[in-house]
Write a protein that binds this ligand. Sequence first.
Ligand code: ITT
Length: 221
Amino acid sequence: MDTTVWFLTSNAGKLAEASHHFSELGMTVRALEVPEGSIVEPQASTLEEVAEAKIRQAMEHLPHEGAMVLVEDAGLFVDALDGFPGVYSSYVHETVGNAGMLRLLAHLLSEDPARSKRLRSASFQAVAALWDGHEIHVGKGVCQGSIAHEAKGEGGFGYDPIFIPSDLDEEGRPLDPETLGAVSTHGQTFGSVDAEMKHQFSHRRRALDDIVRQVQHLVNR
Ligand code: ITT
């Protein structure tokens, strides 16, 4: 069987993480090239809606019949901002960036310093959709954490320098902030740890794991 997964993404960081993930299964991830302007990201309120709209459009550009195509949509959801920037993460990152997000939170915290810790809580969420040549599979992953006081680290991409993941217990479940777990970045941001460490927490990995569970039979056949 052809074990290539064609990933529709313009984000090199996402491509690298998905390649890392699927290589463990003996599968190769390649970027799906489409004519400029041919994919329209809908103005939707959930990652699921965005991913489903994108996979249907990606299916119009299969490199060959029966090819497997992947899309994945992710975002940063800040609890104190009712989930903002969420589905607007890309736009917010391109406009105000990490410095702007920190300013927004600093403003909130100055109004209510006592609730500072709770106000910093946030999650990365990802929804992946895979067309396996016959049907669409959808997977979801969440990475719990908090927003750092300042940007740190040159690694990763996007909001990684301002996101500190919550420690995980032996089963990979997130623990309360400031509880030391079996897997820990010791308070460092995703921008300050290597890809292997981020991989253990990653929302993207969890969404892809969810999909891999659904398509395992394809790898084995
Ligand atoms: P696509 O072409 O695949 O849509 P994108 O960059 O628009 O790439 P998303 O819509 O999935 O990616 O993600 C929205 C933004 O959220 C993205 O631009 C990053 O700034 C941020 N983001 C997503 N996943 C992230 C991660 O693992 N670490 C840091 N930031 C992330």
